[in-house]
Ligand binder design. Structure first.
Ligand code: ATP
Ligand code: MG
Length: 383
């Protein structure tokens, strides 16, 4: 079967080298943050390209996606991952390390009960990861996909706090190093994580994760199964309009055949594909805009002000409340709602329930997705 993934070995090798660099001042010693918009291939790259590149360099890689199981508290998800790595003397995780060429895995006694590993449950993450480091005798890379979720709960914050201690401990000369790699979809959120000095990502290196490029488009064209190939330049332009989301191209391809399963004639193929991409973009925009249209005027006003202020958003500052009042008057000139602190707070809670807004456990707010503001701006909804 053809490989369903387009690989980026150059990017993976470059990042793997930066992550494992061992100089005292190597920037990624404090961690690496990869930020990119939704659905642009972060998780795929971590699992399919970066993980193997790190393993080829002899690192032991642990991966957790804090969004994979929304019912699982993020702190617990991190703890469970570390427990699983330790518990598997002959189980999956260490086997994975062996497969990756680490044959020196020491499976001796741990001196503690794996079940006690946790946050305030007897064995700290630091002790547990140090024991793992001694066992595998290799650097450990902990990949936390959608790391911003860790900041939304007390347990998650405690885990980030514990990981900071573990990072400092394992990066000392006594062990083999711990590197934390995190992804997230909005820079303001990641910036908040990076700013707290007692947490895992303090001063972590921030990189914009580069979107898939022209080579991906060539790979896509080569794999469409169409009787004649799509035009490269036009497909690239369409991919750019789709904000570099592979799924939009895939959906458009699926929409090309007519009801009898016949492809469009060769001379109209590119036009038809462009139209199908435009329809797919419209459809996904519409999903987001529908949510925005269903907001109350106050919720809409709060969302717009938050989008406009970006990283500087402070919900209850006088100037912010004034800006909300201005937006509210524009959205609903007859509004009788007062944009005061309690009302803004309820609006923020409602926006959070609708997954438009992210709230850290310590009360900071940020947009769940930067793309929404860009979309609203492009549709003239941000004025
Ligand atoms: N390198 C690739 N080759 C082929 N398809 C890809 C590649 N990268 C991503 N995709 C496709 O794009 C979609 C989104 O990918 P992925 O889930 O990795 O993105 P993400 O940025 O992690 O998304 P989210 O923001 O939802 O976490 C998936 O359908 C995936 O199959
Ligand atoms: Mg992902």
């Amino acid at each position: 079967m053809a490989d369903p993934v387009f690989h980026r070995p150059d990017l993976a090798n470059e990042l793997a080298d930066a992550i494992l660099a061992d100089g005292a001042l190597a920037p990624a010693r404090s961690g690496l943050f990869l930020a990119a918009p939704r659905r642009t291939g972060k998780s795929t790259f971590l699992r399919e390209d970066l993980m193997p590149a790190l393993e080829n360099r002899g690192a032991a890689v642990l991966y957790v996606d804090l969004w994979a199981d929304k019912a699982m508290e993020p702190g617990l998800a991190i703890v469970s991952l570390v427990r699983a790595a330790l518990a598997s003397e002959d189980g999956a995780v260490l086997k994975m390390f062996r497969k990756a060429g680490l044959d020196k895995v020491n499976v001796g006694g741990l001196g503690f009960d794996v079940g006690k590993v946790g946050l305030g449950t007897g064995v700290t993450l630091s002790q547990a990861l140090a024991a793992l480091s001694d066992r595998v005798e290799a650097p450990i890379v902990l990949m936390i996909d959608e790391a911003q979720h860790a900041a939304t709960t007390e347990g998650g914050n405690n885990a980030l706090f514990a990981l900071k201690a573990a990072r400092d401990e394992l990066n000392s000369s006594a062990h083999h190093g711990l590197r934390i790699v995190a992804t997230g979809s909005s820079r303001p959120k990641l910036a908040l994580l990076r700013a707290s000095k007692d947490q895992a990502f303090f001063r972590a290196m921030m990189r914009n994760f580069p979107p898939l490029d022209a080579r991906f488009v060539q790979w896509f064209i080569a794999n469409t199964g169409l009787p004649t190939p799509l035009d490269a330049a036009r497909t690239e332009a369409a991919f750019r309009r789709a904000a570099w989301r592979p799924e939009v191209l895939v959906q458009a391809l699926g929409d090309l055949p007519d009801d009898n399963g016949a492809w469009p004639p060769a001379d109209r193929l590119d036009d038809a594909f462009e139209a199908a991409v435009a329809a797919a973009i419209e459809e996904s925009d519409e999903v987001m805009l529908k949510v925005v249209r269903a907001l109350t005027p106050l919720q809409g006003a709060v969302l717009r002000v938050m989008g406009a202020q970006g990283e500087d958003y402070s919900p209850y500052a006088a100037a912010t409340l004034e800006a909300v009042a201005g937006q509210l008057a524009r959205l609903d000139p007859n509004s009788s709602v007062k944009p005061d602190v309690p009302n803004v707070q309820s609006a923020l809670e409602a926006l959070q329930v609708k997954s438009l807004v992210w709230r850290a456990a310590h009360g900071e707010y940020a947009l769940e997705e930067q793309g929404l503001v860009d979309l609203m701006r492009s549709k003239g909804l941000m004025a």
